[in-house]
Design a protein around this ligand. Structure first.
Ligand code: ADP
Ligand code: ASP
Ligand code: MG
Length: 416
C-alpha cells in the first residue's frame, strides 16, 4: 500500500483539487490511502473562529461565513449543481461546529480549539472524496478519528501506538482507495484531538507505519526538499537523496517542508519518503531513505523567524548550574515554549525559544523574580548544515549576530 499526502497548498482551490485527480491518473491510485489537509489557509481561519468564540462573540458569525463561502464556492466549481449531495454534507458539517459551540460549557481553549479546527480537514476530505467519485475514482471516506488514538493533550496529542495500530488494522482494507484527514486523532472519550500545526505529514507516517506501507509521498508546491526555503533564499537547489538521520536533523532545525515527527516512524520500518511536486508528478523529487547523508553534498540553510532570545544571569553573581537550569527548562515546558538553542557560561544562560502559545509575558514575570533577564523579541535563528566559510559569510552579511554556535556539521546564528 502507498500513502499519499496532499497539503493545504495543493487543494487550495478547485483547479488544485482537479490537479489531485490528474496526479492520481498519472501515478495510479490503486491500494492508496490519501491523507489530506484543510484547504489553503483554512486552519488559520478556523483559529480565528475559536479566538472570536472566546474573545469577541460578535464576530463569530462573520468568521464562520468566510470559511463557509470559501468552501461553497470551490464545491460549486467542482460539482456545478447545488443538487449534488456534497452541499447537504457541507451544511451538516457546519451545523455540527455551530452546535458544538452553542452547547459547549468547557472554558478550556485547547479543548475547544481541537473540536472546532479539525472541521477544516473534515470538510476538505468530504469535498475531495466526493469529487474523486465524480471522476470515476471509487473511494472510501475514512474518519481518521476512528483510526488514530491519542491522549488528551489537546493541540499536541501524543499517539497511542498500540491502540492506533489495532484501529487501523480494523478499519483499513489494503486493496482500496481511501481519503482521510491529516492532523486529527481522537482521545479515549472520542473527542477530537490534533497532532500540532502542520501535523498532516505525521498522519501519513502513522498510517505508513501501521500498515507497513511500501512508501509515503508528500505532494508539494516545490520540486522536493531543497537546500533552503525558496521563500527566503534565492537559487535554492534540489536535494536528490537524504538519509533519515539527516532529514530528521533538517526538520528539527526548522526545514518546514517536512514535519519533524514524520521521519521517526518511517525510519523505524525503513519506509521511503518521497517529496514531490504536485505540478510535475513524474519528476523524481527527493527521496528520504537509508543511505548516505545527503546528495548532492551542499550547505543547507534553515531559518526560523519570530523567536525570542533570553539572556539570564544570576542576581547575586552565583553560578548557573544544573539546579537552576532544570528549573528554567521546567518553566519553558510548563508554558509550552519550545527551546531552539541554548548556550551557557558560568553565570549566564542564553536561550532561544518560540512563543507560539503567547506565554512570554507570564514567563518573563516568573523568571525576573529569580534571575536578571534581558530579552530580544522577533529574532531569527539561522542554521547551516554542512557549512563552509562562504555559506556563513553570505548569512552574516549586514546582520547583527547575537549568538553564534558551532558543532562539526552545524553552525547556528541568532540574528536581530
Ligand atoms: P503543505 O502544507 O501544503 O504540504 P507546506 O507549505 O507545509 O506544504 O510546505 C511546502 C513549503 O515548505 C514550500 O512552499 C517552501 O516554502 C517551504 N520550505 C521550507 N523549507 C524548505 C526546503 N528546505 N525545501 C523545500 N521547501 C521548503
Ligand atoms: N491543516 C493543518 C495546519 O494547517 C495541518 C496540516 O496542514 O498539516 O496546520
Ligand atoms: Mg503544511
Amino acid at each position: 500500500m502507498r500513502i499519499f499526502k496532499f497539503g493545504g497548498a495543493s487543494v487550495q482551490d478547485a483547479p488544485g483539487i482537479q490537479n489531485v485527480v490528474k496526479v492520481l491518473e498519472t501515478v495510479g491510485h490503486q491500494n492508496t490511502l490519501l491523507v489530506v489537509s484543510a484547504m489553503g489557509k483554512t486552519t488559520n481561519a478556523m483559529e480565528v473562529v475559536v479566538k472570536n468564540y472566546f474573545e469577541d462573540k460578535g464576530k463569530l458569525q462573520e468568521s464562520f461565513d468566510t470559511i463557509y463561502d470559501y468552501h461553497y464556492k470551490i464545491a460549486l466549481e467542482l460539482f456545478e449543481t447545488k443538487q449534488h449531495p456534497i452541499f447537504a454534507r457541507l451544511d451538516e458539517l457546519f451545523e455540527q461546529v455551530r452546535g458544538f459551540l452553542a452547547w459547549n460549557k468547557s472554558p478550556k481553549y485547547s479543548f475547544v480549539y481541537d473540536q472546532v479546527v479539525g472541521y477544516g480537514e473534515l470538510i476538505s476530505t468530504s469535498i475531495i472524496s466526493a469529487y474523486l467519485a465524480k471522476c470515476g475514482m471509487t473511494n472510501s471516506w475514512l474518519d481518521v478519528r476512528d483510526c488514530i488514538k491519542t491522549n488528551d493533550n489537546y493541540r499536541e496529542g501524543t499517539v497511542d501506538w498500540e491502540h492506533t495500530q489495532q484501529c487501523i488494522a480494523e478499519k483499513v482494507d489494503k486493496n482500496k482507495l481511501y481519503v482521510t484527514q491529516g492532523f486529527l486523532g481522537s482521545d479515549d472519550n472520542n473527542f477530537t484531538t490534533t497532532l500540532g500545526r502542520e501535523g498532516s505529514d505525521y498522519t501519513a507516517a502513522i498510517f505508513a507505519y501501521c500498515l507497513n506501507a511500501d512508501s509515503v509521498t508528500i505532494w508539494k508546491d516545490v520540486p522536493g526538499v531543497l537546500n533552503a526555503d525558496p521563500r527566503y533564499f534565492e537559487n535554492a537547489e534540489l536535494l536528490n537523496k537524504i538519509s533519515y538521520r539527516e532529514a530528521i536533523e533538517l526538520a528539527f532545525y526548522g526545514a518546514s517542508v517536512i514535519h519533524p515527527k514524520t521521519l521517526q516512524p518511517l525510519q523505524r520500518k525503513e519506509i521511503p519518503l518521497h517529496v514531490k511536486s504536485f505540478a510535475n508528478p513524474t519528476a523524481e523529487g527527493t527521496v528520504v531513505m537509508k543511505g548516505e547523508s545527503i546528495s548532492p553534498k551542499i550547505p543547507c540553510f534553515i531559518v526560523k523567524k519570530d523567536l525570542v532570545l533570553m539572556k539570564l544571569s544570576s542576581l547575586d553573581f552565583s553560578f548557573i548550574v544544573e539546579e537552576n537550569i532544570s528549573e528554567i527548562f521546567k518553566l519553558f515546558s510548563d508554558n509550552r515554549m519550545k527551546v531552539d538553542l541554548i548556550q551557557n557560561s558560568a553565570i549566564s544562560f542564553s536561550v532561544c525559544v518560540d512563543n507560539k502559545f503567547n506565554k512570554l509575558d507570564d514567563l518573563l514575570n516568573t523568571l525576573k523574580s529569580k534571575f536578571k533577564v534581558s530579552h530580544y523579541e522577533d529574532v531569527s535563528l539561522y542554521t547551516i548544515r554542512h557549512f563552509n566559510d562562504q555559506a556563513i559569510n553570505s548569512l552574516q552579511n549586514g546582520k547583527e549576530v547575537l549568538v553564534e554556535q558551532r558543532t562539526q556539521q552545524t553552525v547556528q546564528l541568532v540574528v536581530k
